[in-house]
Design a protein around this ligand. Structure first.
Ligand code: ADP
Ligand code: MG
Length: 340
């Protein structure tokens, strides 16, 4: 309508708004791009950052790569090769599904994407500034894909001011890389900060050896296995027993259907399970939850880190009992406990 005050937002503005939700900080870029590499079937991922990821983030994989046509599509909003129908949302086999990450990263950085498919004669490359492609070329890069993200938030000065120091942002990236490295056996992960190796090839195939590589051999050695199922929820992983705790701050690595998540119900369940032992130190646990796809909604927030459980109480009890069970001698009984 001519005299309507309401109008549709220009695409650029829509992308900037969406980018704000997906790309909060350099660590979110690393998370999204590593997840894409995993979805592409990579067996090797290299991550390099400088200045806490603010000046550059490079992620290279040896996955399936993209054709020239796919490369031209991947940075457009809501484009994905992973999800076709709304029904697929309930059976997600991939990390990505919203088709927002590359577009969001592109919108707030200077981005170079290089990609080559298995039998392609050459690799294709595109450079974008603030989401607009400004240069295309070909080169002889090997199979796979690399993303070089430079000058993050160069066009979003307010967002830049909310970032922490380089050291703080780098520690957040390390946490992101660690969480994904733990959960993906058979994928070799290398991580460099300012040209220096942090992880050189995390490549153990079993969970304990990956925990040793990612969290340290000392921690991995004292951890005891957790394996328990209740109410259709399987809880597996490792936890440091109360008498071996040394940390001041708790460290929880939680996964649902192999996705790294944050979840207050799980935190509470684990913390409560440690309480009766009266340790003055903080718990450490790596826990994987597996349940029917209908029992958990992973599409709660664009950052995909939050999930919603159909039955929080079941999750609380399963996790709580799993930890207690792992710590307890067989003759002890479970105390009655509830989420409230
Ligand atoms: P989503 O992961 O939700 O599909 P993204 O914006 O992260 O959305 O990526 C868009 C598309 O770009 C993906 O669906 C995929 O087809 C392609 N893509 C992105 N990263 C890679 C990669 N590392 N290797 C191969 N294809 C990729
Ligand atoms: Mg993705």
């Amino acid at each position: 309508m001519e005299n309507s005050r309401i109008h549709a937002l220009p695409e650029e503005v829509i992308n900037q708004i969406a980018a704000g939700e997906v790309v909060e900080r350099p660590a979110s870029v690393v998370k999204e791009l590593m997840e894409n590499a995993l979805d592409a079937g990579a067996s090797r991922i290299e991550v390099q950052i400088s200045e806490g990821g603010k000046s550059s983030i490079m992620i290279r994989d040896n996955g399936c790569g993209m054709s020239e046509a796919d490369l031209d599509m991947c940075y457009l909003p809501h484009t994905t090769s992973k999800l076709k129908t709304a029904e697929d949302l309930f059976h997600l086999a991939t990390n990505g599904f919203r088709g927002e990450a590359v577009a969001s990263i592109a919108a707030v950085s200077k981005l170079t994407i290089t990609s080559r498919e298995e039998n392609a004669e050459e690799a294709h490359q595109v450079h974008l500034t603030g989401g607009t492609p400004d240069c295309k070329s070909t080169n002889a890069s090997p199979r796979g894909t690399s993303f070089l993200v430079e000058d993050l938030f160069f066009n979003a000065p307010v967002r830049k001011t909310f970032l922490g120091s380089d050291t703080l942002e780098a520690s957040r990236i390390l946490d992101t890389v660690t969480r994904l490295a733990i959960a993906n056996p058979n994928v070799r992960i290398d991580y460099k900060v300012n040209g220096r190796d942090v992880f050189t090839g995390i490549e153990g195939n079993d969970l304990r050896s990956r925990i040793a590589e990612a969290l340290g051999a000392g921690t991995a050695r004292v951890m005891i296995p957790v394996d328990y199922a209740e109410a259709g929820i399987r809880v597996s992983g490792f936890a440091v027993p109360p008498d071996a705790l040394k940390n001041k701050r708790s460290k929880f690595y939680f996964y649902v259907q192999k996705r790294p998540i944050w979840n207050p119900v799980m935190t509470k369940a684990v913390t409560r399970a440690y309480e009766p032992y009266g340790s003055t130190h903080a718990p450490i646990a790596v826990l994987f939850l597996e349940m029917d796809d209908v029992a958990v909604d992973v599409n709660v927030h664009p950052n995909k880190r939050e999930v919603r459980f159909a039955n929080e109480n079941d999750v609380f009890l399963a996790v709580h009992h799993a930890i207690r069970n792992a710590f307890q001698k067989p003759e002890e009984d479970h105390p009655t406990i509830s989420l409230e």
